[in-house]
Design a protein around this ligand. Structure first.
Ligand code: NDP
Length: 448
């Protein structure tokens, strides 16, 4: 190991020591800084200014009590988080996740990833993430509303269109954003549209924001295939999950001529050989809020596999779009053996490090989440632009902008990977592009 690699390993060990028990955060840090040795060799000033050490330490972490009453009048207590990780390139920006598994380590891994993802978009946004260990599943609308109001009663003092701009993530969609915005407006007495993104287009939301992460991920995969002389046209695909990202990934793949044969939730898998019907998916998940098993009641020729593993289904393109570490080494081996040629991460860190290594060694085109799913936050930044100028763009124009941003992210990752000696390795390309953009700003700002 050269002294630069040793130094990076020491920084990583220090992160592990200073943040005990936060395994997802350790994993995300290791995955990024483990690829930065060539950057420090080329730009020694980043080491002098201790940019890696600084970037691994959040600027601010907020943890707070969220008390609320359920429909029976019983008091419930959850824990809320906001980690404002890095504001070198703009106001903190990143979603809120409501899921029982949320704890500080998950929020920090997501916030850390968000720094580089946001930098990759080329738009002026810093990195943050937040959420709560609240489970919206099985809760009434009134319970979700009371929870969101209590959550925002504390969080509002830390937000602002020039300070910190949250959005949705797992368990936080248009309904939750509505309740959160309503309470923010009430607490501050300001109609500050730009303080939250993912709003309904009826009151300040951008068209295409709902579709953006999934559409963007499909565009990114299409770009990866194009440099290999292929495209999504005619490809058999599987998309894990059946939430916001999964639904619009399915929709765009089908628009681009691919066929998605499977999707899932945490209970099981739907296999539909003639292709997932996206209208049914939207009706069941967005309108009726039902489990994915209900799909097989609507389409009798589809098969529901309770407890099944979606990665067992043969496909040419795999799009993990549910949650972190959902695709491990053994799943990666099965996908490769079944002829998978491209993987696009719609979710954040869905592939384990070992899984990613297997894809890279097998020559599979592997699009890491911070690049492939950046379309969501990029369109959030477009929503902020529209709010700032009190404007509303058309669906077609906004989608054109999204498409251009995804093509540019792909180009930057692809060319940078080659420049730093790892052609075709989008993981390395994405980390280096994101890191250097943030590092340049941090050096310019001095020791702050
Ligand atoms: P949703 O809440 O809309 O959907 C999540 C989906 O993933 C559901 O089908 C859910 O199934 C499944 N899922 C969640 N947790 C688990 C788990 N622990 N095990 C198995 N399945 C699980 O969330 P999104 O679609 O918004 O987010 C999905 C992923 O995409 C996340 O990693 C998120 O961070 C990432 N992402 C989202 C963006 C966005 O714009 N929304 C932007 C960029 C990334 P079930 O109902 O059974 O829990």
């Amino acid at each position: 190991m050269s002294s630069i690699e040793e130094k990076i390993e020491q920084i990583y060990q220090q992160v592990v020591r200073r943040n005990p028990g936060e395994s997802e955060f350790h994993q995300a840090v290791n995955e990024v800084i483990g690829t930065l040795a060539p950057v420090l060799r080329k730009y020694p000033q980043y080491a002098e200014h201790k940019i890696i050490e600084r970037i691994c330490e959040p600027e601010r972490q907020i943890i707070f009590r969220v008390p609320w009453q359920d429909d029976r009048g019983e008091v419930q207590i959850n824990r809320g988080f906001r980690v404002q990780f890095n504001s070198a390139l703009g106001p903190y920006k990143g979603g809120l996740r409501f899921h029982p598994s949320v704890y500080l380590g998950i929020v920090k891994f997501l916030g850390f990833e968000q720094i580089f993802k946001n930098a990759l978009t080329g738009l002026p946004i810093g990195g943050a993430k937040g959420g709560a260990d609240f489970d919206p599943k099985g809760k009434s609308d009134d319970e979700v509303m009371r929870f969101c109001q209590s959550f925002m009663t504390e969080l509002h003092r830390h937000l602002g269109e020039y300070t910190d701009v949250p959005a949705g993530d797992i368990g936080v969609g248009a309904r939750e954003i509505g309740y959160l915005f309503g309470q923010y407006k009430r607490m501050t007495n300001r109609y500050e549209s730009g303080v939250l993104t993912g709003k309904s287009p009826h009151w300040g939301g951008a068209l295409v924001r709902r579709e953006a992460t999934g559409y963007g991920a499909a565009y990114f995969v299409d770009e990866m295939l194009k440099v290999r002389g292929e495209s999504l046209e005619g490809k058999v695909c599987v998309v894990s999950g059946s939430g916001n990202v999964a639904i619009y990934t399915v929709e765009k793949i089908e628009q681009l001529g691919g066929k998605v044969v499977a999707c899932s939730d945490s209970d099981g898998v739907i296999y539909h050989e003639r292709g997932i019907d996206v209208a049914t998916l939207k009706q069941l998940k967005e309108v009726e809020r039902r489990r994915i098993s209900a799909y097989a009641d609507v389409h009798r020729d589809a098969r529901y596999i309770p407890g099944g593993c979606i990665w067992d289904i043969p496909c040419q393109v795999a799009m993990p779009s549910a949650t972190q570490n959902e695709l491990d080494a053994s799943a990666a081996r099965r996908l490769v053996a079944n002829g998978c040629v491209a993987v696009g991460e719609g979710a954040n860190m869905p592939t384990t490090p070992e899984g990613a290594r297997i894809f890279l060694e097998a020559g599979v085109a592997f699009g890491p989440g911070k690049a492939a799913n950046a379309g969501g936050v990029a369109t959030s930044a477009l929503e902020m632009q529209q709010n700032a100028s009190r404007d509303a763009w058309t669906f077609e124009y906004t989608e054109q902008r999204l498409h251009a941003i995804m093509t540019e992210i792909h180009r930057a990752c692809y060319e940078t990977a080659a420049e730093f000696g790892s052609p075709g390795n989008y993981l390395i390309g994405a980390n280096i592009v994101g890191f250097t953009r943030v590092a340049e700003a941090m050096v310019a700002f001095g020791v702050v």
